[in-house]
Design a binder for this molecule. Structure first.
Ligand code: SF4
Ligand code: SF4
Length: 74
């Protein structure tokens, strides 16, 4: 069976730093930045990109729908 790898893109300027995506990620991919965006919020980023399985949990829980998930077949 083909292995699926995932990747996410966060619209960092729209992210509010609520952290729900990081909590929802079963692979512990996401962390919040130490820097802030233009609105003064910390934002989500892929701290552990190799672990992403493209499950879309993060995108589903994001209240502002600022996460896009991509899946790559390996
Ligand atoms: S798609 Fe799944 S594994 Fe990848 S960052 Fe989002 S919740 Fe984590
Ligand atoms: S759930 Fe959405 S708004 Fe909240 S930290 Fe993650 S990307 Fe940002």
């Amino acid at each position: 069976m083909a292995k699926i790898k995932g990747a996410i893109v966060v619209d960092t300027e729209q992210c509010k730093g609520c952290g729900l995506c990081a909590e929802a990620c079963p692979a512990k991919v996401i962390a919040l930045s130490h820097e802030v965006n233009g609105k003064g919020y910390t934002y989500a980023f892929m701290q552990n990109p190799d672990a992403c399985i493209g499950c879309t949990s993060c995108a589903l829980v994001c209240p502002d729908t600022v996460i896009t998930v991509y899946k790559i077949k390996l």
